[in-house]
Design a protein around this ligand. Sequence first.
Ligand code: SDX
Length: 466
Amino acid sequence: MATEQQTTGASADSGAANGTETLTVTDNRTGKTYELPITDSTVRAMDLRQIKVHEDEFGLMSFDPASTNTASCRSSITYIDGDKGILEHRGYSIESLCQNSSFLEVAYLLIWGKLPTQAQLERWTFDITHHTFVHEDLKHLFEGFRYDAHPMGMLLSGVGALSTFYPDAKQIKDEEERYMAAVRLIAKVPTLAAFSYRHNMGLPYVYPDNDLSFAENFLSMVFRKTEAKHIPKPELAKALDVLFILHADHEQNCSTNAVRGVGSSDVDPYSAVAAGVAALYGPLHGGANEAVLRMLRRIDRIDNIPDFLERVKSQEEKLMGFGHRVYKNYDPRARIIQEHMPAVFEATEYNPLVEIARELEKQALADEYFTSRKLYPNVDFYSGIIYEALGIPTDMFTVIFAIPRTAGWVAQWMEMQEDPEKKIARPRQIYTGERNLDYVAVDDREGPEKIVGPPARRPKRPRRGA
Ligand code: SDX
């Protein structure tokens, strides 16, 4: 707990001097000095509350829109060093995991904290493989969507609906229920994802095939037609499994923050993960891979790149797939994805957008506008190109991101349940509105004639990208 020190003319002992890790703060409004403890290179925002001018005041708060410099929790799942481009899960580098592991093994590592033994991995794989079916009633939910409904909207609804099929998941303190929710979410999200694709294509749903691996099974549920068994090319399944590892978790990103925020109300994990799906849908977050492909298609030819970059620099466009809140260096995941592109392109037809992407990256990284802002390619810049090569439509890209990120969301949700500092998320605000107004009857009100909202008789608009 911070201690308040009345400045008596003698300067307060600085933390360094007497070896304690503290911040000495002087409130120049009162001349009072306070010593705030520094723990793990942070100070507690609540320690600011004692800093007041008058005793009956609320006290100081910190103000940090979008939490750009605020730690929201303690976590041991993922470590990122944005300046050095380092990403580790439970202490293992993303490079070593992509080289040696599989997505299901990484999902186990994220959730349970250790690499599984052979027996643990077999049981984990068996449980997930045997929970990939969804209740038949969920098919009726999907049948209620328009043919051109965006698959992320369908996935969002499907994951939320899972909470209605497993009401026991509300027992969030029950370890068995937590285990079952973890298994069901990791197992069923790919099935719901594939259902959303098949609904868009007007194709019958393909049920899970328990003989296949996690990545093979997803490709089978997406692409199987009349063949009795759909066996994807091994190099494509391998590339997808690596992409799943690369997208599994990324510490306190926007969607994980949503899962933790919603989960802090003690809601069931299906509803908390549905909040993560909703956040991931946004083009600044998981929707970026879809936006990258649309951007590359709009650029269309390499000689259009200079003009496009000029429009980015005049802020008429964003260079989607570039920039990151944490990485101020090359996103290590973007490097790893590029290593797997040749194998995918050998097994599929060549994708001309790759040339545009590579030339776009080259010209951007040679331009001071981007390097001065530390804007480098992130995970989304190349992932969409591989998904397209796999024959997956653009509006399914974020759905594919959600599949592995479900393991990360579950891991973060589970870790939060054990956190002794877990409390319902309830930020404060700086109030900027009116106060103490008297109510005015509607006949006595004056005001601008403008009616808010679009004109009453709005012309029918063509449906924008579903
Ligand atoms: C993911 O958080 C995570 O870990 C996310 C993720 C995960 O695994 O969960 O890694 C996945 O979401 C990757 C990011 C995918 N999004 C995109 O590729 C969309 C394009 N990128 C940007 O919108 C942006 O870079 C963000 C949102 C990713 C990060 O934004 P920040 O950290 O808030 O950066 P900023 O907006 O403060 O930008 C700093 C400057 C600004 O210029 P100035 O006002 O200083 O002149 O850089 C500019 C921005 O305008 N800028 C860009 C840009 N990104 C930032 N300019 C052009 N194109 C861009 N992409």
